[in-house]
Design a protein around this ligand. Structure first.
Ligand SMILES: *Cc1c(COP(=O)(O)O)cnc(C)c1O
Length: 387
């Protein structure tokens, strides 16, 4: 049989996550590759999901999402950012941020349109853009004084008459960068000058450290009207399996995204929606405590990685820390991460898989610290073997 997969998806075969997770199981290694927490979300929120199932909340929710969740999302945006979105028409519940991103790109980009994204990027971006028949224009983030950032001139040069949208992920996976007000201002100015739509992936909005503040791009003058703001419950409440996300945007943009979304999944699962509404209203204190713990784990892992001989780039947010492997005598992160289980009993992800130009990220390796203290400490102990 000839290749059954459509040509536009052929570049997206098996992922490195599958390979590395299999390697972790095979070798009994500690898996700091995949970015999901190994402890549960707030207990009362979990109870709400069970209550919803026991109480008959098991049929199709309305297409835009359960009204209570749309109201809670709207209230949360207003409280935290001073952004006002009408729960009826400007908020759409999706199957995680992943569906929100895919539906937004499919709804807003014609074949041949260009979408700017910062590389390294979350892996679903390139696939969603390819599904739309659009073209990804990558702008590379590089370390400057220990944090990944972009060159404003490179960003300006990436804009063409075909540029339709820019995907902005801050706090940024996999670099841990939280864009500053100045960086966001450059993006905002370009969007307005060239009529570009911003699609923002803010799933780590509450996971920032050292008092660094997450600033939504939509809060910049003139940006609310052209921003599709996306977030989700998975990272905020440590329930990545719930796949409950949302889009906030002006009515015409939400209507466009919902038009596509209704034929992808029609609506998102019900029980989680009731529970996430509760979480947004009552569990932000739990989130603050979780964030403090996460910062502590970041510090422990960074210290261990530095002792093992990595050059460590301090993340201001997310679940991830980037390391430069060259001080260890390696130049290729793929080679090192394939050897790391036998060298040290730890699994990590080669950052190059998140690039359009893999050679630009060849010497970086990503470690996740959203794991229990014992797991971080055990990994740190094992990594000492490298030194
Ligand atoms: C985890 C993650 C997502 C996916 O979120 P879901 O709500 O699980 O779909 C999207 N973007 C980034 C950057 C992520 O790290």
């Amino acid at each position: 049989m000839t290749e059954p997969l459509v040509s536009r998806m052929r570049a997206f075969g098996t992922t490195i996550f599958a390979e590395m997770s299999a390697l972790a199981v095979q070798t009994g290694s500690i898996n700091l590759g995949q970015g999901f927490p190994d402890s549960d979300g707030p207990a009362a929120m979990l109870d709400r999901a069970m209550d919803a199932i026991a109480g008959g909340g098991n049929q199709y929710p309305p297409g835009p999402g359960v009204p209570d969740l749309r109201q809670a999302v709207s209230a949360h945006r207003a409280t935290h950012y001073g952004l006002v979105y009408d729960p009826n028409g400007e908020v759409l519940v999706t199957v995680g941020a992943t569906e929100a991103i895919a539906a937004s790109v499919l709804a807003l980009c014609e074949p041949g349109d260009e979408v700017i994204a910062f590389e390294p990027y979350y892996d679903s971006y390139a696939a969603s853009i390819a599904l739309a028949g659009a073209r990804l224009a990558g702008v590379t983030l590089r370390p400057v004084e220990g944090r990944f950032t972009f060159d404003p001139d490179e960003l300006r040069a990436a804009v063409t008459p075909r540029t339709r949208a820019i995907l902005v992920n801050s706090p940024h996976n996999p670099t841990g960068t939280v864009f500053t007000r100045d960086e966001l201002a450059v993006i905002a100015e370009l969007c307005q000058e060239h009529g570009i739509i911003a699609i923002t992936d803010e799933v780590y909005e509450h996971l920032t450290f050292d008092g660094v503040e997450h600033i939504p791009l939509a809060t910049f003058p003139g940006m609310r009207e052209r921003t599709v703001m996306i977030s989700s419950a998975g990272k905020t409440f440590s329930v990545t399996g719930w796949k409950t996300g949302w889009v906030c945007a002006p009515r015409p943009l939400v209507t466009a995204v919902q038009t596509v979304k209704q034929f992808l999944t029609f609506t998102a699962s019900g029980p989680w929606q009731f529970a996430v509404a509760y979480g947004l209203r009552h569990e932000m204190g739990w989130v603050a405590a979780m964030r403090a713990g996460l910062q502590d784990k970041r510090d422990r892992l960074m210290k261990g990685l530095a002792l093992a001989g990595f050059r460590v780039l301090k993340p201001a947010g997310t679940y991830f820390v980037q390391t430069d492997i060259r001080p260890l005598g390696f130049t290729d992160g793929l080679e090192l991460t394939r050897k790391l289980p036998s060298l040290a009993g730890v699994v990590a992800i080669p950052t190059q898989v998140f690039y359009e130009h893999p050679e630009r990220g060849a010497h970086f390796v990503r470690f996740a610290f959203c794991k229990q203290y014992e797991v971080i400490d055990e990994a740190v102990g094992r990594l000492k073997r490298l030194g």
